[in-house]
Design a protein around this ligand. Structure first.
Ligand SMILES: [Zn+2]
Length: 375
């Protein structure tokens, strides 16, 4: 299944539908989980299953949140139930459900037939992947050590040098190798989202476990510190892909928000001019089309190996490249807990620039009214 983007286009006048849930879904019963885990329940093990959508450990953990009548069900019944819960966290969740089978077939075919170029890319080896200052900062783990390697370009947009040039080159070669294979055997590559016509989903070619470890061990510490208000401390699933921009291919990417709580975006190379990222402030669904303030405007030029970390709701886009080819590795990091809690909230002033402004304005009016009581 192509993880079609549920990206909101801020200029799109249609009502934004954040979960990608079609209107007909109102009539369907979405299964619900318990608020508190049932710690006395011993969950099944899912390690032996290859065709599951999420890491086996997620299903085991999730079992403790199953409603009591499901706890004694056979494993396949529990799996089906949990998949129905999880599908709503995927982009365009409802549409995705219909194409789950197709996506499984695609993944199976890649798994069976695709011969990897760089086998070492498929396991997480920090010494081979990360530059030393990044690795040391995460090893240390203290707030000071993590902050030490960061540059904050404008509020909520952080960069740091992350990947070794050798690793970047290998990923570029692997993706090119995969595209070549797909072309030869006439498999159409499922693109990362509806906005990119080039690029590939790294999870589909076998890098899911590696990217999951990368998120949990190396990105979550930063996210917990920098993006606590948008679920940064509870990231639990991801969508990992590469996007390619070139003359004759995709040139740019329109203004949008990501279907993620926190986005990691690392330039892999190669040589290019242009293609700057622009940012326009963090907004909730209700305010996604609003104006940006001058202090929220940022333009950033990619540097190979250097990562950008921002909230998924941080509105952004990519300018057209003017020469060469640019490929970026992107990890949309998601928190099921944050998405669940968000449904019950109306005020997003903890992270939406516009909600915060309105809240301050209300307080100011209230304070003024108290100072000048009506005669
Ligand atoms: Zn808002």
């Amino acid at each position: 299944m192509a993880e079609a983007a549920a990206d909101a286009h801020p200029n799109n006048k249609r009502k934004h539908n954040p979960n990608g849930l079609a209107n007909e879904s109102k009539e369907r019963v979405i299964p619900r989980l318990l608020k508190e885990p049932n710690l006395s329940h011993a969950p099944d093990n899912y390690d032996d299953l290859v065709n599951i959508e999420y890491p086996p450990s997620l299903y085991s953990t999730m079992e403790q949140y199953l409603p009591s009548h499901m706890l004694t069900a056979p494993r396949d019944k529990k799996l089906a139930f949990m998949d129905r819960v999880l599908v709503k966290y995927r982009p365009n969740g409802e549409r995705a459900r219909h194409s789950i089978q197709k996506h499984r077939e695609y993944r199976d075919r890649v798994k069976d037939k695709y011969k990897r170029l760089h086998e070492d890319l498929y396991t997480l080896d920090p010494d081979q992947i990360f530059v030393e200052p990044f690795r040391k900062a995460v090893e240390n783990g203290s707030e000071a050590a993590l902050r030490e390697i960061l540059t904050e370009h404008s509020p909520g947009v952080f960069t740091f040098t992350m990947l070794q040039p050798g690793f970047c080159s290998k990923v570029l070669e692997e993706v090119a190798h995969f595209e070549k294979w797909a072309h030869e055997v006439k498999v159409s590559v499922l693109r990362p989202n509806t906005m990119n016509n080039y690029g590939a989903v790294l999870d589909d070619i076998g890098m899911e476990t590696m990217l999951d470890q990368l998120m949990m061990k190396f990105i979550r510490p930063f996210a917990a510190l920098l993006f606590f208000n948008v679920g940064g401390a509870t990231l639990d699933t991801h969508h990992g892909f590469v996007v390619e921009y070139s003359i004759g291919g995709d040139l740019d990417l329109g203004f949008h928000v990501d279907d993620s709580e926190v986005t990691l975006n690392v330039c892999l190379g190669k040589e290019f001019d242009g293609g700057e990222l622009f940012f326009r402030g963090v907004r909730c669904d209700a305010h996604v089309n609003g104006e940006a303030r001058s202090e929220e405007m940022l333009e950033y030029s990619h540097v190979p190996g250097r990562a950008i970390l921002h909230a998924g709701r941080h509105r952004h886009g990519a300018k057209a490249i003017t020469s060469g080819q640019r490929t970026n590795l992107i990890l949309w990091c998601r928190s099921s807990e944050f998405r669940e809690l968000k449904k019950y909230q109306r005020d997003f002033s903890a992270w939406c620039g516009e909600c915060l402004l309105r809240k301050k304005e209300r307080r100011r009016r209230l304070t003024n009214a108290k100072r000048q009581p009506a005669a």
